[in-house]
Design a protein around this ligand. Sequence first.
Ligand code: GSH
Length: 215
Amino acid sequence: MPDFELFIGNKNYSSWSFRPWIALKQKQIPFRETLVPFDFKNGNPDFAAFSPSHKVPVLKDGALTVWDSLAILEYVAEVHPETGLWPEDRSGRARARAISAEMHAGFAALRGACPMNMRRPSGKLEVSDAVNSDVARIVGIWTECLDLSGGPFLFGDFTIADAMYAPVVSRFATYGLSSDPVVERYHGAMTGTQAWQAWYREAVQETWVVEEEEV
Ligand SMILES: N[C@@H](CCC(=O)N[C@@H](CS)C(=O)NCC(=O)O)C(=O)O
């Protein structure tokens, strides 16, 4: 019997924490949540107690510790194959893994300039060419996936690929990064889930302010 405990950071800011959290909730997989707020001034000393990398998220399952968002999602998909966290067909799975890995390893310009900040009022931000090129690539990925699958999620049903791009959906809306109808449609699908709404409700009520993440 799995006994999942997910350690996360502040819901308003912690984009990496949001990824496994929304997948677990969306698939109704039981877990206990432990939120440990950021303490950047002191180098997040509390993270050391549960996280080998001193970062969040971390998943504990009994004696096992899994850190890093994508590794956590892979582990949950193996423990719960019945939830369809990866697409059923092999080529879909390969593409979902490719775009998830691309998100996990890339889009540094976008991530650096436009931190996830759910309670920030939406407003267009002037961004660099590097950010615009990340945005164009992501819109290209979403367009291709949604055209092929028919939506509402990237591979039809909600998968790890959607979890990996969830914080980007939030950033696009917060900073007004694209007016492409595909982005609007995908934003509607993602923000329409109960899982998204549950995270968002709590994120916007948080009062911690992390100056580095306020642009
Ligand atoms: N590659 C890691 C990145 C984790 C990460 O950078 N987490 C941030 C919070 S969103 C963190 O813990 N930052 C604290 C620090 O860097 O001290 C993952 O995918 O989980």
